[in-house]
Every structure is written in structure tokens, then in C-alpha cells.
Design a protein around this ligand. Structure first.
Ligand code: AMP
Ligand code: MG
Length: 329
């Protein structure tokens, strides 16, 4: 199969719609990462997603709808805070998990009784969702375990020959996946941290818990238990207090004739002058936006990415650290 990359416009949206409505799978941009999309009511199409990615069959998919879609067709909303969250953060990088009405096929929810729903804010993605006017399920458009794609070229690098079309909507601004929030409980619970932070959710709902996954627990958001986000080169993570250790390793790697790159925030660039660097930016939003892009740049250039963390785990750093630690283990 030839994989075509097309800039988003009227014609390519029409082409994407035809492929989706006839049971095909395509790459689509969102404001977080690129998604691998299929119509959520079509079991055969959904099975293709799992096959193409090599995704474990117990890891459910997020359902994407346009901003005027009536979600009461798909889920039962038990808690009123959901409407407040929708008003404030949707469309945007927030995924809400509610009780499923069973419209989306069982393959997409892995036989579970809940459904994760999101309304992407990416303009081109909204246009596609509106044109199709069907719930579209989509995990990130990478091979399972690999780093998530934030450009059409990243999708192509992983899935060339496996899908007919990638809609090119530019580089994803958000850069890490949506916050997944369990809204079936009295107080909402974060299942996966992301750009909509605990603090932002608390400011709307009064409270917000964080799901802790202890060994032996029945994992409520299966995706968090898997190895994930790994670039193809070696990776290692140091804390911000271990910069000297990171430099020592960098020098040892050079001596061995290997090519190391240090990945860190911009404020360390003076101290690390003259070294191969993958700079992530200054703020949490910039770091999130650049994280996967720099990991994927690094896997092409480096034998080892030596990452240095930021000394913070609050706000958007919670989502960043969740991705960074798992891409470096
Ligand atoms: P991905 O689309 O690859 O970024 O992964 C989607 C994430 O959402 C994974 O961590 C899934 O486990 C999680 N997810 C999807 N559907 C549900 C659901 N019904 N309940 C809980 N978590 C879900
Ligand atoms: Mg993923």
C-alpha cells in the first residue's frame, strides 16, 4: 500500500471521509499528537487499528467527536461537574471517561463498560470530524511502545505502507497526549496526566484525585501499565541535581566513540556549551510541545539520549515527567 501525505484542505478531507466511511484507517492531526483514526462503530475498522499498531488488545481507544456533537448519544453523564469541565476545557486536550451506552464497538473499549471521549481543538481535525459526523476512535499514530508522533512525517516513519493517507495538519502544538479523567466517580480522578492539569480541574470541580497504580491493582486506564514512548536509541534520565553525572556519562560515551546528546531545558545550555544538545524550551508548555519531537530527532542523530529532568512535578510537569520517565526506562 502506498501511503500518501496530504495537506489538510477540502479535497483531502473528502478523501479521508471516504476512506473512513468505507472502513479504512488514516493518520490525522490533533492539537496533542497525531492519531490513527477509524469509525468507532465499525468493528472491522477498529481491529485494523490494533493490528497496524501492534497495540495490546486490552488497551481501549479514545473516541473523538466534533465540538457540536451530542455526547449523550454515546455516554451516560452521571455527574454534573462533567458539563462544567466541558464548558471550560472542550474542545481541548481533556478526555472524559463516562459510562458507555454501547454505541461504540466492543473492540474499541476492550469489552469495558466505559467510554473515553474527547473533542480535539485542532482546526483541521474539527473539520474532518464534522465532515464525517461519526464518532472516530484514535490512539496515537505510532507503532505500539514507540514515541508518539507530532508531525505527519513522524507518522510516515512508523506506518509507511500500512495506511493509505496521512492528513498533514502541521506540528502538534500540545505535544503530549490528553489528560484522561475518570468522570464516573463523585470526585473526578486523573488516569493519565496531560496539559489540562490537576490544578485546572480543581478550579472547576472543587476537587480532583490522582489514580495511583499500585502493583497488583486492577488498572483502570490500561494504557498506563505498558512500556511506552521509547525512542529507538539508548536513553537515560538524570535529575536536575545530577547534571555533573550526566556530563561525566556524556564524556565517557564520547571516549567510547559513541554519539551522545543531552536533552534538557534551555536554562542549562550555557553550562553545557559545546556539547550535542536537544533543547526542550523554557516553560512547561514549551517542554511538552517539544518533548516527542526532540526524542524522535534524537533517535535519528544519537546513540544515547542523556535526558535531564526539571526539578518540578506540578502542573503540566506531571504529564511531562510521566512521559519522560517511561521513555527513558
Ligand atoms: P493513546 O490513545 O494511545 O494515547 O491511549 C489512550 C489512553 O486512554 C490509554 O492510556 C487508555 O488506557 C486510556 N483509555 C481509553 N479508554 C479508556 C476507558 N474507557 N477507561 C479508562 N482509560 C481509557
Ligand atoms: Mg499512545
Amino acid at each position: 500500500m502506498i501511503t500518501q501525505i496530504s495537506k489538510i484542505n477540502k479535497e483531502s478531507i473528502e478523501q479521508a471521509k471516504e476512506i473512513l466511511l468505507s472502513g479504512g484507517v488514516i493518520g490525522m492531526p490533533t492539537e496533542t499528537v497525531y492519531g490513527l483514526a477509524a469509525v468507532g462503530t465499525n468493528s472491522e475498522a477498529v481491529k485494523k487499528i490494533y493490528k497496524i499498531k501492534g497495540r495490546p488488545s486490552d488497551n481501549p481507544l479514545i473516541c473523538h467527536v466534533h465540538k457540536d456533537y451530542d455526547i449523550s448519544k454515546l455516554v451516560l453523564v452521571k455527574n454534573d461537574y462533567v458539563y462544567k469541565l466541558m464548558k471550560k476545557f472542550m474542545p481541548g486536550p481533556l478526555t472524559i471517561v463516562c459510562d458507555s451506552l454501547g454505541v461504540i464497538c466492543k473492540e474499541a473499549v476492550c469489552g469495558g463498560d466505559t467510554l473515553a471521549i474527547r473533542m480535539p481543538s485542532h482546526k483541521g481535525c474539527q473539520e474532518l470530524l464534522r465532515a464525517v459526523d461519526m464518532p472516530i476512535v484514535a490512539p496515537s499514530a505510532n507503532l505500539s511502545k514507540h514515541t508518539s508522533p507530532v508531525t505527519a512525517k513522524h507518522v510516515y516513519d512508523d506506518l509507511n505502507g500500512k495506511i493509505p493517507l496521512i492528513l498533514d495538519g502541521g506540528k502538534c502544538q500540545g505535544g503530549i497526549e490528553s489528560t484522561v479523567l475518570d468522570c464516573t466517580t463523585k470526585v473526578p480522578r486523573i488516569l493519565r496526566a496531560g496539559l489540562i492539569t490537576k490544578e485546572m480541574i480543581e478550579s472547576v470541580c472543587g476537587g480532583c484525585e490522582i489514580a495511583e497504580h499500585k502493583e497488583g491493582d486492577k488498572v483502570k486506564s490500561p494504557g498506563v501499565k505498558y512500556t511506552h514512548y521509547k525512542p529507538k536509541c539508548d536513553t537515560i534520565l538524570f535529575s536536575i541535581n545530577e547534571v555533573d553525572k550526566a556530563i561525566k556519562l556524556y564524556d565517557e560515551e564520547l571516549k567510547k566513540g559513541r554519539k551522545p546528546y543531552i536533552m534538557c531545558e534551555n536554562s542549562l545550555s550555557d553550562k553545557l556549551k559545546g556539547k550535542n544538545l536537544l533543547l526542550l524550551g523554557n516553560t512547561g508548555e514549551e517542554i511538552a510541545s517539544n518533548l516527542y519531537d526532540k526524542l524522535l530527532e534524537g533517535e535519528k542523530k544519537a546513540d544515547i539520549i542523556i535526558a535531564i529532568s526539571f526539578g518540578r512535578e506540578d502542573g503540566v510537569y506531571m504529564g511531562i515527567m510521566n512521559r519522560l520517565t517511561r521513555s527513558c526506562n
